[in-house]
Design a protein around this ligand. Sequence first.
Ligand code: HXC
Length: 515
Amino acid sequence: MGLKHKTADLKKRMREAVKGGGSKAIEKQKAIGKKTARERILSILDAKSFHEYDLFVEHAGRDFDMDKKFLPGDGVITGTGSISGHPVCIYAQDFTVAGGSLGWAHAKKITKIMDHAMKLKIPIIGINDSGGARIQEGVNALAGYGEIFYRNTQASGVIPQISVILGPCAGGAVYSPALTDFVFVVDKVSKMFITGPEVIKTVLGEEISMEELGGAKVHAEITGNAHFFAESEEECFDQIKQLISFIPWNFEKKAETFPKKPPKTRQYNIDDIMPTDPRQPYDVRDVIKSISDDSEFLEIHEYFAANIVIGFSRIAGQTVGLVANQPLVLAGVLDVDSSDKAARFIRYCDSFNIPLITLVDLPGYLPGVEQEHAGVIRHGAKVLYAYSEATVPKITVIMRKAYGGGYIAMCSHHLRADFVCAWPTAEIAVMGPEGAANIIFRNEIKNAENPDEMRKQKIKEYKNKFSNPYVAAAYGYIDAVVEPRETRNFLVHALEVSGLKSEKGPKKKHGIPPF
Ligand code: HXC
């Protein structure tokens, strides 16, 4: 057979292989708003950049009549490509082929592209749409998952790992995403659970729909398993592209720098954001936008633990990671979930050379039996650990309240912030003036002729002493008191002079964070 015939034969084989599970199965997926696995890859990557590998891999199942079945590509597409010129490795499970279930060859394809990503030191994106371990392949399927989980762990902190959940992901299909850095979900399309509704009904007699058990909203708002929530697959792909623009290819690189752009000060004027009444809340995201290039802010975990805000923006063209208390929700307190959320993000930024900017306005950790019993000590300690451990440039702005443990935890000098500035509105104290006066002036208040009047007087006394940044400034715990409108200048300069910062902790195998 000459080249012409061999080429025709190749094309025929390729046509067969790219059909996936066939037109009927594809239509079923389309009817529920899903793109095919190949369309998903092509929508995320730059046009014509996708190069596919292992198209002709065949499945290894021999039991339960599996040897008679042809599973194109064994239900997963793998390859390399680029996003706005940034190289990435990518794979997408194809639900139309045996429910995207993971057999031995399917797992081999995934682990091969993961190994590639590690060798090339570029991000890996996994599009998950799978019923989990392929039941007919038994222990070989479980082995495949084990190999993936091991690689996820080895790659953690080396290259960015992104998981996109675009279907009903069950069993092992959800643990790999849980080990990666960012998980994206799409409303009505994504589902994640260890055991589905059928098993729950059989074992526990409880009835619940897939959506209520592990739908996109559940993971974006309640469990925190998902970092990004989108209404459609298209919106999700745009979010992935935006994220890729903010992060470096690997832990040895810095994120791409962009031309400097001023914030949109007409929309986000920093002088107008903070209410005059210190008890009134405001949206800290407006502060972030008022100091960020072009007021662009990519929020992560937007709907989970909203009392803290985290995400990426750029200042003078450089990517920064923002951690900010949100006075709009629970007065911005630290609690179990917000501590988890912040600590993990701090560690991400530290792993990938992204300077951290912390905006502080919180009355402390959330008190109460529920929080204590939920382990607020252990979870809250994660924030202390993550900030203390981080060696990237750390810059802190105390805007208003910085009370008690909250003051220390939100990247104070004591946890080795490089620069701490405070606005004139800052209040740095062990606790709020009302609580403090009730404790330290208890006897004076109790024995006074007019206890209410005495309480007011003592609260005022305490406020005069501590409800300002100058006591902390006198001890050098803050480096500068700046007007809000000077904040961006302060940050630009601090980032500039921290450009060569290089710090190493004590020699050890690894620390033991309060996981
Ligand atoms: C083999 C599977 C499969 C699996 C689905 N299919 N899951 N084949 N192994 N794990 C096949 C179905 O038989 C069907 O084949 C096709 O995929 C589509 O599945 P449907 O059930 O028709 O789709 P849908 O109604 O949308 O339901 C999707 C689903 C459901 C919720 C994912 O299929 C399901 O519950 N699957 C099993 C999930 C599960 O328990 N997985 C855990 C595996 S154990 P046909 O030929 O009919 O089209 C595991 C352990 C790892 O993962 C642990 C690591 C820590």
